[in-house]
Write a protein that binds this ligand. Structure first.
Ligand code: MG
Ligand code: MG
Length: 272
């Protein structure tokens, strides 16, 4: 059952989304060769608590940490470790937080130093596909329209869309209805309604769409060990249109990147 949110609830969810957005922005300055993912995890936990929020993943389904950090061929759900990052790695950082009883859930794939052009392209196309999906999250459309747009955006590049893992409704629970696959058929699936909030999160592999789950019960890697990218935004339907609750602007500010990619999905420009 889809649980639409009132205007007031959406404002509260914007706060939760801002906590995870700021957390990823803080981490953007810390991602570099030599740093361990466990160190990043500790920084994130302290930061989230300093914002008056609670780490959303810690303990959820018994997950042991604050962040899911998935390097290179890991798709999602990677557990932070003491292994240092090295030049040329990529890491997908997924961050959840609870504020005012509502979840924020946000992810970005970072480059560690210089990365090769093929991997850079995978990151760019995956992020662009996120916005192609968000564009279709509007009144009159259905779940399949978002998945179709993402799939159509990435597959011409030879990339694989992970099937087993999907986006989701978001609210007082981390995973609410509906499931939001990154593949699909136009006009199929549940109908979008005013006030609904979802996490749209393409998980895109450079090679095969096939994945493997590790014996730790969490880590998921690509079957062919090629890299995988993951970008996630929280989006509400407001006045029939998609409105972003999360933002990559803190990341871009930290990395010195200029971008207006979020402007079509915001009523007023966000001041960071
Ligand atoms: Mg997430
Ligand atoms: Mg999610």
């Amino acid at each position: 059952m889809i649980i639409p949110k009132s205007k007031e609830e959406i404002e509260l969810m914007r706060e939760s989304a801002l906590v995870v957005s700021k957390t990823l922005g803080m981490l953007a300055e810390e991602v570099k060769p030599g740093v361990t993912t466990l160190y990043l995890d500790k920084l994130a936990e302290d930061f989230i608590r300093s914002e008056g929020a609670i780490p959303g993943f810690l303990g959820l389904y018994d997950f042991p940490n604050t962040l899911c950090i998935s390097p290179n061929e890991q798709v999602v759900h990677g557990i932070p470790t003491t292994k240092p990052l090295k030049e040329g790695d990529i890491i997908s950082i997924d961050c959840g937080a609870i504020k005012n009883d509502f979840y924020g859930d946000h992810a970005y794939t970072f480059a560690v130093g210089e990365i090769d052009p093929d991997t850079e392209k995978l990151l760019r196309i995956t992020k662009e596909s996120l916005y192609a999906g968000i564009k279709e999250f509007k009144l009159g459309n259905r779940v399949g329209d978002v998945g179709y747009a993402i799939q159509k955006y990435v597959e011409p590049h030879g990339y694989g869309v992970v099937r087993e893992l999907v986006g989701h409704g978001l609210g007082r629970k981390m995973h609410e209805d509906p499931e939001m696959p990154n593949y699909g058929k136009r006009g199929r699936g549940k109908k979008f309604v005013e006030g609904m909030v979802v996490a749209i999160e393409p998980m895109i592999n450079m090679g095969t769409q096939k994945i493997r789950q590790h014996s730790d019960g969490w880590t998921i890697t690509t079957l062919d060990k090629k890299p995988s990218a993951h970008f996630e935004h929280n989006v509400a339907i407001v006045d029939g249109k998609p409105e972003l609750l999360s933002t990559f602007k803190y990341i871009y500010e930290a990395l010195g990147i200029e971008s207006d990619e979020e402007e079509p999905f915001r009523k007023e420009p966000l001041v960071v």
